[in-house]
Design a protein around this ligand. Structure first.
Ligand code: FAD
Length: 480
């Protein structure tokens, strides 16, 4: 009897937990662009509800156009692998499946004996459709946490959503700071048996022949720890952000965009770490609000990635891509003859990321100097950016084009050579366009004007004035 009592004492707690686990139905944790354990409201709620089955699905139901691009797939592979390691350290694991989320989730639930699903709200139109379809079949619990505030939380006096960023940001600021982030659970209860899982390697997310992403790992560490490291590296520099963010030659921004996109870090975590009322920090926090602004727009207009928000832009006489193919290819490859544009496009190809100031210049050049429809540029970014986000990419491309819901920017034609000098891009150009590395700071922005000819470096594919006038004439046609 004594031995029995001792055994019961030492095994008691574990047995009770095991017993509870066997009695409680498991729940599914449906992960998408929220690949983290910290400040994960859906995970916290799932842990309270029962043994948790974390599930990631490569969704076949995403419209073909918006299936993940190559650079995002590279990121996803590493992010999922790190997430699985973190889950295993807490007694759990990641189940991987491929197919339509609306079919796979009920299948996994049936196999596991679960009838509840926990997830964070997502706002891409295909995710909202999938959420509705899952909700019709199972008990779906959705939580906030992907944005600072849920879309629609701030509204104009008339009750609509804000179309202009500045008043939107002002309204969001009155609700800040966001709730303090919650820590990752110490332990994630596991089910008594695991459903079957695909193998990550079988998904073949990484490029092989050729391995065009082999430079990415020098710049990036996907996963929660990489996100935290970028945040820590940036937090003390935030006071310099107001000027630093415009200079592509220095690392003046947080480089958190892919981590935020894949949800490896929550915007609330970023907000609470980068606090302060100085100009630099305030400017940074307002940039973070741009992300919320963009998501509000795609909720209001789910076709933001494919349709002009201003209908008059439907009549803009873009050049036919078949005829403009040579120019489009030169832009994609960074061979336009404009060093700042070429440096940006080559940085994008080599690292999956481009500095924001240069994104604006490169996008403006495509849309205006080359008169190529913004949608072709947005698609190229979609495929090549590690932070490719339906909301941020679509809203920013339409912002540069002037076809978006906010300010009409079409007639604001950025002069690439002036921008390059103004924002001191010489060192940036030397890094990404090495054939110009020997030029002086005074000559590097416009090598053509200083006698550099092909094959040393491409000639300008269009003159600044010529491109500008063609764009303005096309725009006059619309306003006609
Ligand atoms: P920081 O300057 O450190 O800003 C912090 C965070 O705020 C960013 O990580 C990002 O999440 C958010 N943010 C900053 N600027 C913007 C903005 N203009 N719009 C929305 N969110 C912003 N950003 C993406 O995340 N994905 C995209 O697909 C994307 N496509 C773009 C396309 C074009 C044509 C342009 C002009 C901009 C695009 N941006 C996009 C916005 C911006 O360029 C990037 O968010 C920024 O360069 C990322 O670097 P960072 O993390 O160092 O940003």
């Amino acid at each position: 009897a004594c031995l029995g009592k001792m055994l019961y004492r030492s095994l008691g707690t574990g047995m009770i937990r095991l017993h509870c686990r066997m009695m409680t139905k498991p729940v599914l944790l449906w992960l998408r662009q929220d690949l983290r354990l910290s400040d994960q409201a859906a995970l916290v709620a799932a842990v309270q509800a029962g043994p948790v089955i974390p599930l990631y699905i490569i969704d076949d139901d995403t419209p073909r156009h918006w299936a993940m691009g190559g650079a995002s797939r590279w990121w996803l592979h590493h992010s999922l692998s790190r997430l699985d390691e973190s889950l295993r350290a807490k007694g759990s694991r990641l189940i991987l499946r491929q197919g339509k989320s609306a079919d796979i989730i009920p299948q996994v639930a049936k196999q596991a004996g679960a009838d509840s699903v926990y997830a964070l709200h997502h706002f891409e139109p295909w995710w909202r459709n999938a959420e509705k379809a899952v909700d019709r079949q199972l008990d779906l619990h959705l939580y906030d946490g992907s944005l600072l505030l849920p879309p629609g939380a701030v509204r104009t006096g008339g009750g609509g959503i804000y179309r202009i960023y500045t008043p939107f940001a002002r309204a969001v600021m009155t609700h800040m700071p966001p709730p303090a982030p919650c820590p990752a659970p110490d332990d994630i209860p596991a089910p008594s048996s695991w459903p079957t899982s695909d193998s990550l390697d079988d998904w073949a997310l990484l490029p092989t022949s050729p391995d065009w992403a082999n430079g990415f790992s020098k710049d990036w560490t996907p996963g929660e720890a990489g996100a935290q490291a970028n945040l820590e590296g940036f937090a003390d520099e935030a006071p310099d952000y107001a000027t630093g963010r415009n200079l592509p030659s220095i690392e003046g921004t947080s480089r958190l965009s892919p981590h935020l996109h894949f949800g490896e870090i929550s915007p609330a975590t970023v907000w609470h770490r980068v606090t302060g009322s100085d100009e630099g920090t305030t400017t940074f926090l307002k940039e973070l609000i741009w992300r919320d602004y963009a998501h509000n727009q795609i909720v209001e207009r789910p076709d933001y990635g494919s349709a002009n928000a201003r209908a008059d832009f439907d009549a803009l006489p873009w050049r036919d891509l078949r005829q403009a193919k040579r120019d489009f290819t030169a832009w994609q490859r960074g061979c336009t003859g404009y060093p700042i544009v070429d440096a940006g496009m080559r940085q994008l190809w080599a690292t999956g990321w481009m500095h924001n100031r240069v994104r604006m210049i490169a996008a403006s050049f495509l849309i205006k100097h080359l008169l190529i429809d913004w949608r072709h540029g947005a698609r190229w970014f979609w495929d090549t950016l590690v932070d490719a986000s339906y909301a941020n990419n679509s809203v920013n491309w339409q912002w540069v084009a002037g076809s978006g819901v906010d300010a009409n920017m079409f007639v604001r034609i950025m002069a690439p050579l002036v921008q390059s000098e103004k924002f001191d891009a010489a060192a940036y150009i030397r890094q990404w366009v090495p054939e110009l590395a020997d030029l002086s700071d005074a000559h590097i922005h416009d090598p053509d004007a200083h006698g550099v000819r092909p094959p040393a470096y491409p000639a300008k594919i269009v003159g600044h004035r010529e491109g500008r006038e063609r764009a303005l004439a096309a725009y006059r046609d619309v306003k006609g």
